[in-house]
Design a protein around this ligand. Structure first.
Ligand SMILES: C=CC1=C(C)c2cc3[nH]c(cc4nc(cc5[nH]c(cc1n2)c(C)c5CCC(=O)O)C(CCC(=O)O)=C4C)c(C)c3C=C
Ligand SMILES: [Fe+2]
Length: 440
């Protein structure tokens, strides 16, 4: 397919190179900027560059102003040091939408994401009388807080609707029903497309998904959405390991950004892929895992630690040492039994027990309030893992975890797999551009 038919992706005329400002915006800033939504065409912003938008950002703290790269070999939001908040949304493409409409929306998402991730609105917040704001406004006074927007494609996108049947990677085959999957709810699983928005500020992450959903109206419909309120993993050696809702440090033995060779080996799709367009991408597994919190809270500490194989306060292996000491599965206690039990979570999940395979974990703690049927807390782990092949990595580990003692206290209630394409190259590139046959 020729590049000539690619949806228009350009800087809006007149957007020039006015310097980015971060203070004293007031009403003028609300009025400034050509709207993505209003203009009906796509605006791109160079990473960190200026497009003439006045930045609606009175949050001048370093933390608020901090950005993550938008363009690059890989999408941000994977090995990016994990931010503290997440909003994850899945979408289905509406009936009767044609390929060019979907492509245009994906290009508009790319342009909008390039603005949002540098703290800019997707268009004017305060427009002329009679028209709705192009940007919904709730992040106007906030910086990006390291916002990342990561877009993925579900298996269902590759049916006969958009000419993508021969572009479906073999690795995107459905995960199927796994041994622990007796409570999966299909209405909060899967989807044609997904967006993972992560930021240090929950309102910034929500704003990103809300505005991308708004840009997509008429083309896509939200299928399900999950908010994560606290990170439950670490993806950088610079980060303190956080705690999950069971009170344990989670993310100690994770793949970390500082080890690119390990990421190349286990996270980024390479030459093994049957689809050229996926090289540099990754496969995202998202599983909402409800915790039976009240039962867990009544279990004694010795048993809790035995279930994970690690100490609750320090995160150290029960075989000894401190948090980052390697697990020793042969070391025995006075009773002659391994200090890290055979059916403990870390033993069953460890690479040594899984043919060496590893995954990058990037999950979030969630709560949806209470279960009104029982009055119990509705909370758990929104498990996210990135890998180059989920069937060979996630599924292998998950099958081993069928014997996990932790299963008494958890239940997966959703399960999704998405193909996350590589990073966007520059202004003018958009999600799936090479997949649809255009030159990036
Ligand atoms: C199939 C993959 C995994 C699922 C699902 C999963 C669920 C899950 N995990 C915790 C808490 C912890 N997990 C820890 C380690 C750990 N978990 C997985 C995989 C899955 N976990 C792996 C690969 C590892 C690392 C194993 C290793 O190499 O040592 C830990 C220990 C601390 C750490 O290393 O991160 C905790 C704690 C929960 C609560 C949960 C489901 C709700
Ligand atoms: Fe785990």
């Amino acid at each position: 397919m020729s590049d000539d038919n690619s949806p228009e992706v350009s800087n809006t005329p007149g957007q020039g190179s006015a310097p980015q400002r971060r203070r004293g915006i007031g009403r003028r800033g609300f009025l400034t900027g050509a709207g993505l939504a209003g203009a009906g065409l796509v605006v791109g912003a160079a990473a960190g560059g200026a497009t003439g938008y006045v930045v609606g950002n009175d949050d001048t703290t370093d933390a608020g102003a901090a950005t993550e790269p938008f363009y690059g070999d890989h999408q941000s939001g994977i090995v990016t040091p994990q931010q503290n908040s997440m909003v994850f949304a899945a979408f289905d493409v509406n009936d009767s939408v044609i390929t060019s409409q979907l492509q245009t929306m994906l290009a508009r998402w790319a342009a909008a994401a390039s603005l949002l991730t540098v703290g800019k609105p997707v268009g004017p917040v305060e427009t002329q009388p009679g028209s709705p704001p192009a940007d919904t406004g709730e992040a106007f006074d906030l910086g990006p807080h390291r916002l990342t927007v990561t877009v993925g494609f579900g298996e269902s996108l590759f049916d006969d609707r958009f000419g993508l049947a021969d572009k479906k990677p073999a690795a995107l085959a459905p995960l199927g029903q796994l041994a622990v999957d007796s409570s999966i709810d299909p209405t909060i699983s899967g989807g044609d497309l997904c967006i993972q928005a992560c930021s240090e500020d929950p309102q910034v992450a929500f704003h990103a998904v809300r505005n991308l959903a708004r840009i997509g109206r008429g083309v896509v419909t939200l299928r399900w959405l999950q908010e994560g309120f606290g990170r439950a993993s670490a993806t950088s050696t610079s980060q303190v390991t956080p705690r999950n809702l069971m009170g344990f440090k989670d993310g100690t033995a994770n793949i970390k950004a500082e080890d690119p060779d390990i990421a190349d080996k286990w996270v980024w799709v390479g030459d093994e892929s049957d689809q050229e367009w996926m090289k540099g991408g990754s496969y995202l597994v998202a599983r909402k895992i409800r915790m039976h919190i009240e039962a867990w809270d009544s279990d004694d500490i010795v048993d809790q630690e035995a279930i994970f194989g690690r100490s609750k306060d320090s995160g150290a292996p029960l075989s000894g040492g401190s948090e980052f000491t390697a697990l020793n599965f042969t070391k025995k206690g006075p009773d002659g039994k391994p200090l890290v039990e055979r059916f403990s979570h870390v033993h069953l999940a460890h690479p040594d027990t899984n043919g060496g395979v590893q995954i990058l974990r990037r999950g979030y703690n969630y709560t949806d309030g209470i279960d009104t049927r029982t009055g119990t807390l509705d909370a758990g782990l929104f498990f996210i893992a990135y890998q180059k092949n989920a069937h060979e990595q996630f599924v292998r580990i998950q099958n081993n975890l069928a014997q996990d003692r932790l299963n008494e206290y958890i239940a997966p209630i959703s399960s999704s797999l998405f193909a996350v394409p590589p990073g966007l190259t520059a202004v003018g590139d958009w999600y799936g551009k090479t997949m649809f046959g255009y030159v990036a």
